[in-house]
Design a protein. Sequence first.
Length: 729
Amino acid sequence: MSEVVIDPQAQQATQQQLQMKPQAVTAVLTMLAEGNTVPFIARYRKERTGSLDEVQIRAIESEYQRVLTLNKRKADVTQTIDEQGKLTPALAAAIADADKIQQVEDLYLPYKQKRKSKATIARAAGLAPLATAIKSQKSLSTAQWQHEAEQYLNAEQNLPTTEEVWQGVHEILADEIGDDANFREWTRRFIQQHGHLVSTLKNEEADVKSVYRDYYEFDEPLEKLVSHRVLAINRAEKEEVLRVNLQVDPEALLKRIDARVNHHRNPFAAEKVTAAVQDAYKRFIGPAIEREIRGNLKEQADAQAISVFGENLKHLLLQQPLKGKVVLGFDPAYRTGCKLAVVDGTGKFLDKLVIYPHKPAAQKLREQAMPTFLDFIEKYQVEMIAIGNGTASRESEQFVAAAIKQLSRPVYYVIVNEAGASVYSASDNARAEFPDLHVEERSAVSIARRLQDPLAELLKIDPQAVGVGQYQHDVSQKALTEQLDIVVEDVVNHVGVNLNTASVDLLQHISGLSTTISQNIVAYRNENGRFTKRAQLQKVPRLGPKTYQQAIGFLRIIDGDEPLDNTDIHPESYAVAKKILAQLNLKKTDLGTPELQTAVKQLSIESLAAEWQVGVATLTDIIDGICRPGRDLRDNVPAPLLRQDVLFIEDLKPEMILQGTVRNVVDFGAFVDIGVKHDGLVHISELADHFVRNASAEVAVGDIVKVRILSVDLQRERVQLSMRGVSDD
């Protein structure tokens, strides 16, 4: 392996920016450069990093790359200016000291190759010395200044009169002021501190549902703007509902800029400089800074929205699975009938059916739907019914609730968010798995599996299609995809996967595994039968030692030849695990037993770590692994809220207390499914009895919460909820 080279200056800058220990930053950067994945480093190299988690490791990686990019730009700009023969020690120092790309670009602006402009024409005509004299405000009378201007008269250069000369000087001054890095930075700070984002109505007809009514006359300081408002205003502007601009007191701003550039030592020159300042702001500085600030607002709002989406997706993927339950997936529809699909406790497809319980189906078909449905449930001893929340969901819920009341055993239903199910059902993967099923029938299977094992099923769907965020289609799609990939990677590796049942969709998110290697694993399993030992994975084509090292700790084998293979203990630590068992006079068959869990409490981890030359953090994880083999982090998450009866929006009254499931968390609150057609909103001010700054700190997707009805708007089908003063007892 070639030697790993870490840029020491970038490493130091990263460490200083993040306030982390130098050895931890160096260790992370070295291991990443060696091809180690973030999940592997976080889980199995804690001693080297000081137990940094995935978020901290990625922060180091991101900051290091930012510094490298910044340094590369600094070097390029310095070289370009030097080649022009204009690099001074002061300028070189200013570039070297810049800690943001924007500062470097501001410093480079005066030396950047420009297209032909009035200022470049004036310089070519030789007016630069006169502009410099005006800027220095030499002590001359008006007559003397006019005499100076007459020296530059030149008909061939389109300078037949002093009026054209002074106009040329004005263009040079305005260009220089517009390019001055100090003026730009000062203006940027001033507008950020004192500017307002203002929107006014442009075309009300374009806002059919009055979605943007709150922004028809909107004016808010930039410092107080929140991200969801920025995104809403940007979308309304794009749809031509609103006019949007930044506003700042121009008189105060221009007065301060003028004071910084204008010495006012000479009345004639001062007047020229003031005019140039005003023009430079109007044509160059103002528009550029407004575009930049609007861009920064969008970037910050994108980052917040993407963070919210990622957090929601994480909790959605971590929903508790209904293991071992026979589930019926119910894909509602009117005219084409409701598609049903039953899967067994492992997710295996058993059977399908189409019923027509709703109009406009013929009365005979509607009458047949109930007995047919009940027979289907009893035939496969269905325990749970997952109803998709799409078209006809409400009517289907009523039908299912009426049906299960006729059964002699308990059967429950859950309304499942089917967002993205249709996208997956029409995909190549779905066609390959169920070539004989129609799209809607595949969708019913997906809905059933989504209740049974949310993680395994949701990974088959583009994360952007699952509908648990805000303005996800308005943000940077590249940044959104990158963040969602990170969330999926973290969740899958935290949970771990069963090597003998995991699909390609699931395996390819495991540390170190590519799509091709994941396909090879499944192909090897299909050809040779189930894996009985983790070590067998090394026989899979194209799965080399490095990939094996990165992936194997996150892959489980249940009921295999080696009990440790059903833990998150890495094979490289099996020897230590066996030493622990020997120390306790126990066997590998005792993993997870109460005897083991009691016995390990007697161990002195620090002394054993020193004796066996293993890190305390690693030894602690090994002990945790042998105490809880086959653990699933999702078991600690609230189970889905099961229902047997229907609630109508007309049934809701203020002050009613209900139980619901959090479906989405956004900046301004949370949407809760309380069993009626539309989710109710708990505004951020109603999430808790104390002040809430961040909704995600109070609730998460999948949480089961108690809420109080505040108000019900039947016409708009909106329900306002509160969690304040509602006991969770």
